[in-house]
Design a binder for this molecule. Structure first.
Ligand SMILES: [Zn+2]
Length: 195
């Protein structure tokens, strides 16, 4: 409760302090997550700093005031304790699209995506990393409940379960719209690291 009441003492200025998220780094100074990028609202970042769960690495110019303290909003914080990432990401809609880089695995188009069972469910195909791919509407319709061979279609790459590192690397290709200057030292959106 200490931090709750403390954070409550800060005067929230109307002009956009909400819009000053802090980039959250793991103890190894890498972002906890690339996609979605690990960001905390500034209030969370300040709470964590006062609880000594994070160290502030960089700050915004904007200042918040409590009755006794003025402090600049953290723009980058690093966790004191290393969070070990799961080796394999969860099989979710989002992660599957990310594995396939939001592109149809049949024709390569991007945009509205659906899922396609490579071996159709009606033929015993299961809903797994190895049997589900991102597909555009037209390709999904064309493939229907046919096998690849019957439909005369092929996949750009065989679907398989990605590990967490692989998905993180894919996430780097999809930077969010807003990136603060102070985050750049910790992010690598450059082409060099794209595989
Ligand atoms: Zn397609």
């Amino acid at each position: 409760m200490l931090y709750g009441s403390f954070a409550g003492q800060f005067v929230r200025q109307p002009a956009g302090l909400r819009d000053h998220p802090a980039l959250v780094l793991n103890a190894d100074f890498r972002p906890l997550s690339y996609f979605p990028l690990s960001l905390w609202p500034w209030q969370e970042a300040i709470k964590a700093a006062f609880l000594d769960r994070v160290q502030i690495v960089a700050e915004y110019d904007e200042v918040v005031h409590s009755p006794s303290i003025a402090m600049r909003l953290p723009s980058v914080v690093v966790l004191r304790d290393y969070v070990k990432p799961a080796r394999y990401p969860a099989f979710t809609r989002f992660n599957l699209f990310l594995r396939d880089e939001f592109a149809c695995q049949y024709c390569g188009s991007r945009g509205e995506m659906t899922f396609d069972h490579v071996i159709p469910r009606s033929r015993g195909g299961r809903t797994t990393w190895e049997n589900v791919v991102a597909a555009c509407g037209p390709c999904n319709l064309r493939k229907a409940s046919l096998t690849l061979r019957q439909a005369g279609m092929s996949l750009s790459r065989p679907p398989r379960r990605p590990d967490a590192v692989e998905l993180q690397n894919k996430g780097r290709k999809f930077p969010p719209n807003f990136l603060h200057d102070s985050w750049m030292d910790f992010l690598y959106w450059d082409a060099e690291l794209e595989s």
